[in-house]
Design a protein. Sequence first.
Lengths: 382, 382, 437, 437
Amino acid sequence: MAFISSGYNPDKPMENRITDIGPRKYDEFYPPVIKKNKGTWLYHEILQPGVLVHVAESGDEVYTVRVGGIRLMSVSLIREVCDIADKHCDGYMRFTTRNNIEFMVDSKEKVQPLIDDLESRKFAAGSYKFPVGGTGAGVTNIVHTQGWIHCHTPATDASGPVKATMDVLFDDFKDMRLPAQMRVSLACCLNMCGAVHCSDIAILGYHRKPPLMDHEYLDKMCEIPLAISACPTAALRPGKVELEDGTKVKSIIVNEPRCMFCGNCYTMCPSMPLADDVGDGIVIMAGGKVSNRISAPKFSKVVVAFFPNEAPRWPQTTDCIKKMIEVWSADANKYERLGEWAERIGWERFFEKCELEFTHHLIDDFRDPAYFTWRQTTQFKF
Amino acid sequence: MAFISSGYNPDKPMENRITDIGPRKYDEFYPPVIKKNKGTWLYHEILQPGVLVHVAESGDEVYTVRVGGIRLMSVSLIREVCDIADKHCDGYMRFTTRNNIEFMVDSKEKVQPLIDDLESRKFAAGSYKFPVGGTGAGVTNIVHTQGWIHCHTPATDASGPVKATMDVLFDDFKDMRLPAQMRVSLACCLNMCGAVHCSDIAILGYHRKPPLMDHEYLDKMCEIPLAISACPTAALRPGKVELEDGTKVKSIIVNEPRCMFCGNCYTMCPSMPLADDVGDGIVIMAGGKVSNRISAPKFSKVVVAFFPNEAPRWPQTTDCIKKMIEVWSADANKYERLGEWAERIGWERFFEKCELEFTHHLIDDFRDPAYFTWRQTTQFKF
Amino acid sequence: MAKHETPLLDQLESGPWPSFVSDIKQEAEARAKNEKGLDYQIPVDVCEDLLGVLELSFKHGRTHWKHGGVVGVFGYGGGVIGRYCDQPEMFPGVAHFHTLRVNQPGGKFYTSKYLRQLCDIWDLRGSGLTNMHGSTGDIILLGTTTPQLEEIFFELSHNMNQDLGGSGSNLRTPSDCVGEARCEWSCYDTQALCYDLTQEYQDELHRPAFPYKFKFKFDGCPNGCVASIARADISFIGTWKDDIPVDQEAVAAYVGGELPPNGGAHAGRDWGPFDIRKEVIDLCPTNCMQYADGKLAINCKECTRCMHCIAVMPRALRIGNDRGLSMLVGAKAPILDGAQMSTMLVPFVKVEEPYDEIKEVIENIWDWWMEEGKNRERLGELMKRQGFQRLLEACNLKPDPRMVQEPRTNPYIFWKEDEVPGGFKRDINEFRKHHLR
Amino acid sequence: MAKHETPLLDQLESGPWPSFVSDIKQEAEARAKNEKGLDYQIPVDVCEDLLGVLELSFKHGRTHWKHGGVVGVFGYGGGVIGRYCDQPEMFPGVAHFHTLRVNQPGGKFYTSKYLRQLCDIWDLRGSGLTNMHGSTGDIILLGTTTPQLEEIFFELSHNMNQDLGGSGSNLRTPSDCVGEARCEWSCYDTQALCYDLTQEYQDELHRPAFPYKFKFKFDGCPNGCVASIARADISFIGTWKDDIPVDQEAVAAYVGGELPPNGGAHAGRDWGPFDIRKEVIDLCPTNCMQYADGKLAINCKECTRCMHCIAVMPRALRIGNDRGLSMLVGAKAPILDGAQMSTMLVPFVKVEEPYDEIKEVIENIWDWWMEEGKNRERLGELMKRQGFQRLLEACNLKPDPRMVQEPRTNPYIFWKEDEVPGGFKRDINEFRKHHLR
Ligand code: SRM
Ligand code: SRM
Ligand code: SRM
Ligand code: SRM
Ligand code: SF4
Ligand code: SF4
Ligand code: SF4
Ligand code: SF4
Ligand code: SF4
Ligand code: SF4
Ligand code: SF4
Ligand code: SF4
């Protein structure tokens, strides 16, 4: 290929360089009905799964059709989104904070044709390109991270488990039969780029083996003190190691029983990878929330310590999630988030009803605050 | 005086020595009606403040008259208790877990004469010896500790503030008008021998000055490493100190900003006293409980960081306690303990209603768990 | 006329609440008069001097007691707290002022005979002042001299068949609520269990072999009248497994206003007519109660036995019949890391002599604590430091969600090597075949 | 025919949910066909190789990406994440696979014109694969080579008037909920504030000067649709001070069943007729609502603005009119000490251009954090380490009970010397006059 210059001159990088201009201004992209009625919306209604109407003081209405987005999108797919927007929405659209796509129209007539168009589009192999849904008391898109597509620290994949899970939960993406909204999130390592720590259900990639030490290269590739100080449990110390050929090298010694596999050392030093085919897998967390509705935001709790990475469809993980949602759906009160339900019935009941085993791994033993998760009352259910 | 031997022979300490016999067996001391009906009680009723009846399956009844006890009691007073027990209760009585005295009779007729007798007895200076009360939704006796009567680490007295407070709360000792029981406790230092950390209202002696170092004697009187390791905040380190006369001695150096005045070092080493006339005083805590009734047990919270030691009657302390009880009594629901009330209305309301200032001292900044006492929700009241 | 002026203390003689000052003064006079003509074995003016030193503290705002040296009785490591005054010349009567802890009887029931005997000993050989009772539960004999310690112990053990209580790094004097003796809610015999364990563990109580103090307290039910959950290393709290028996007539009587709610505990104010919905149904923390057309129904499977409904309607509702206790462990005062309440370890165990199941748990806990505990580290602190899992292993108990309020929120699980297929040993060269540097 | 066999990935093409595998395959084909006849600036088979390396990971259960070296654009410390494949020979197309973060517009509103322009650049100069959007909010351009970075930035800035987002130890790309643009509950203009602060702090966003990353997120109300309380160092959450306006007719309409509760969000199941008592009054966390003879009354003084009643009856209840926002600070993911949510720092502040009050708080926080924060220490961790009081001092804010859920339970107060009469200096000899050794 021939290098095509944008006009950038490597020898004069500062030559008419433009910096610090920030993002484009939001209002350039508002559809007219939004621009006109911004700040004067009166109320909304969800007309059917995936279809919202918002009514403004002016009497204007904006109809929103929400479709499930695969956030890992090709330019071809984005162009197809643009085609749809041009055809139905005067070229406007938006994305939600959970990576769904929203097409907005300013009159009711325009809704059905738009829906028909969206639902009609499928990938060659048969999956929907733009399934309508993800509103109200249902399941919406799973926020997720990079996984094996692009990151160096994952303990599981992101797009794969998400596709597998959304296939299993698809009916609830297109329905609103649940007691409350159900937010499932995935993070492929505990850096938790998905910020899954406050989700109704969280899928978390986790390592279970201490770093594998590449002693021969470690001192060349890493700053030993930086790596050591990165360890939250002080499981690392400097030391000399003898290689097979007998040469002694400076390196890092792992106190394995003190390691809880967070991978923070690897972030600092590539010569101590944690990834392992059987060691890595998925932790299931549940009962978190972000909203301040009724109850305060809650952290998700670890309810399954480990599922193996069963590519391509992670059946144990998806079964467990499906089961929890079904039990919650059958047992909870209207408006009750999964975590509110679990706290009301008591976690002992949660494990019983969801048929999950309560293993020692689930008892907090990390630092002082662990104490506050233990039970300091005689109140419990048999 | 002439030494009177008990029969103990110092030269032969083991000679017919009796050890490890433990306490006397409880049932030696049961009144007949208790012995007969133990384990078969059906129900109880509080007939009037301080007077309980318990009814057994057999139909038997035991009437209990509870009187306020000063737990610091002379043998003369105990003998007077015995006289009363002999006169009315066949020589039986018991003490409660809060240092009250309970006289039990087996028939209703015997109650009034007993009460009259008890209420008639006063000390020369006029205070009651045996005030009847301390039951139900009222104020009962204050559990307390030694204070200046017998301990070496107190930051306030015990018997003095207790007498002052009970005088102020006396009407509620003899009444049951409060929303729930009100348990006031006192501990004269944070060793908290009264275990006041779960009381509706706690009076806690606290120091505010770092240990005063007796460098000249410290090394002679203390094990420096023991004292240093006793410090929870690592505020102490070994060091050499030059005395006025120029001699250098091994001693301990205090990093004063790291000291939070717990006195644990002094417990280990008498050469570093904390006691100070203006430094010492009282911390008021509130909202704790022990019972599992409705809500789980709760720790008391610090609501006033400091009141000075105002002997002999600690007016600021007693005023504050009185005020909290009155506000709670007026505002709380029936059956609602002070802490349950404060949590329902929100602590911001508690401080407003009780007219207490919320100072920076009341925000937890001790160790990681402090975070969990901060507010991680948008829910608050203006 | 008093030995010391006590203008500040004198102000504590007024007011309705019994005045400890008046009482000490009356004891001081009694000793001065000495009507029985006793040959007091410690200074006659001990009470005057105590008032004097206390007055001085009221003036200074500081204590005048020094650390206690190691005093005690032969062969015991506890039961006596040594104490010396820091102004012995001014107050010779309390220059030495040690206390003895006398192991109180269960439920703190007494006969006058017993107490008079005790008073006679203490009158002769001590200050004549006591604490009825100390916070742990003991009878505290407050203030005597070193030579009297053995004499008092000899008289107690020989003439009163009575032993000392605990202090120091050993088992502290266990104590209990009144329980079955006079309470309809007691789920087990607190006195019987407290007495049995106290006798069983006399050696642990008298001879320090522990890293620090260790306390037992026995509550007959979740009301916690001896506050065990707040201040015992092991809290034995009664509970039950089966249903709450309901007497519908009695319920009707409460609703009808014939019976006073909460056994009359709220009689001091007119709270209006009893409203079973507001006062019981809606306050049930588990919402497991229903009241429809005059009948009360409890879904006891969901009940957490908080005692509220039973307390409000003691004649209609009773504790269940399949009774036992929960063992919660690790409570302590704030030093050093903040206060702890006891944590659920054994949700339910039957209480049957000889209590082997209970003793096994106790001894497993002690073995672990004595093995792993640092000097002056309470059980609760060790649990925090090493983690609840270690305690479970030490007691061979299975993890149970009833032990926690909620599962962990952090994923920082310390997997053990044998739990992970292939263990922790891996070959970097093998790995690098698939992952170039 | 595909470059690599992908039997495992192929199984992810079935099922109803959009298949990212199908999409990558269609992109791979498009590039192979190259109908527009582009002179692709990075390997044509980048998508095939991405599928290949992903298939290998599915087989191995391990990632095949290495740490990214320091790559970026001149003068910026962020906006690019370097990434290299650990099997470059097998997958040359993704040997270098860096991502660019493009600062998304507020509310993530777009025109097709803008997106097509972006696609054209990325088609030519990158993998043609994106994330719409990254978790922080950026448009992620997923995978290109080092030489293309400056070219892409040049085209973005010159032809699209578009800048990069943040990465590294600097301000990360702020993001917001849809807010006033299309939501009736927004208490302030999230897009306006987000945009203003993003522009104001461009330098902090592009040039790492912080101890670690720092994030802003803007929620228009307590529902938290951008989850700011869970994942922003400063969470700006809308709220209001005055009363909730009540439209009694609309209330009646809900009670009468004419209006669907919760805007129809529960239409998927027959929950029976709407029961205002059960569904609203009884669920109000503050119990400040009453419904009597057809009228709804709210004691707004006691309301904590949880949004529940408003969400259930959007046509009857609205947010108040005296609006502003709360600033909560310190949220972060679990590394290292466990996750944190943001803590209330400023309960209420008006949102008025030029937002000086808000900016003052931000800058005070940064000054403190840059002064005291250790390398890779998030604000929340510093708050834990030094205590909330230090933060208050840094911001010159008065302590307020609204900042805490409850006051401290431990009495371990670090009194400062100037708070205690006479200070800390004392004279031991003076003391010993009153207290002999
Ligand atoms: C479009 C979006 C904002 C955006 O800027 O993109 C949005 C839009 C709305 N949210 Fe939201 N929320 C959006 C993410 C969120 C999030 C963030 C998240 O999930 O990561 C939350 C917090 C989740 C949590 O608590 O864990 C969130 C918690 C809520 C709530 C509180 C629900 C609850 O029961 O706690 C409401 C109130 C309600 O549902 O009635 C709400 C209500 C709404 C309303 C009804 C607001 C309105 O009047 O327009 C909007 C339609 C709701 C619906 O979809 O049923 N929105 N909403 C986001 C759509 C995400 C998606 O594609 O599914
Ligand atoms: C005598 C005593 C037990 C003993 O072994 O000495 C006792 C006796 C009774 N308690 Fe208690 N409690 C006794 C200390 C306690 C304590 C411990 C403490 O205060 O240090 C508590 C826990 C306090 C706390 O939660 O902070 C306690 C919490 C209760 C409760 C729960 C009340 C609540 O609202 O949380 C009940 C139930 C009730 O009051 O209806 C109760 C009920 C009772 C009953 C009604 C039990 C019965 O059926 O006999 C007894 C009479 C109650 C009364 O006095 O009104 N008892 N009770 C103690 C009397 C102390 C005193 O002299 O005042
Ligand atoms: C006498 C008594 C207070 C009272 O007036 O009732 C008492 C008095 C002392 N306690 Fe205590 N404690 C007493 C019950 C308690 C309790 C309450 C309880 O046992 O239910 C506690 C809180 C519960 C607990 O154990 O945590 C208690 C927690 C402490 C502590 C803190 C221990 C801890 O781990 O947190 C200390 C400090 C120490 O051990 O050095 C302490 C230390 C002391 C010392 C020995 C002072 C010292 O540092 O050496 C006190 C001797 C005072 C004196 O000269 O008489 N005392 N101590 C109580 C024992 C009487 C009895 O045997 O019945
Ligand atoms: C791309 C993205 C995930 C995604 O697929 O969307 C991402 C990707 C990475 N994050 Fe993240 N983080 C991303 C949003 C987040 C979020 C969510 C958020 O910002 O709302 C969090 C949790 C919130 C927070 O900041 O605490 C997050 C918490 C982390 C952490 C833990 C930081 C902490 O203090 O706890 C790390 C570890 C680190 O910084 O070394 C991290 C590190 C990383 C690195 C740079 C890996 C590393 O250790 O160097 C990842 C690069 C992956 C790659 O090769 O592309 N990422 N990261 C997100 C940024 C896209 C965007 O700009 O829009
Ligand atoms: S969660 Fe971990 S593995 Fe996944 S993208 Fe973020 S840092 Fe990478
Ligand atoms: S994985 Fe985490 S705990 Fe283990 S050594 Fe590395 S940094 Fe330490
Ligand atoms: S609380 Fe402190 S001062 Fe009071 S008796 Fe106990 S140890 Fe002594
Ligand atoms: S008082 Fe407490 S904090 Fe201060 S030095 Fe002594 S032990 Fe340390
Ligand atoms: S704890 Fe329970 S059993 Fe014991 S006295 Fe109190 S109410 Fe009765
Ligand atoms: S004991 Fe408590 S939980 Fe059980 S039914 Fe009664 S009130 Fe409800
Ligand atoms: S956070 Fe509030 S204002 Fe923003 S979109 Fe959600 S509901 Fe609307
Ligand atoms: S917003 Fe929440 S707290 Fe306020 S009235 Fe409505 S339900 Fe109650």
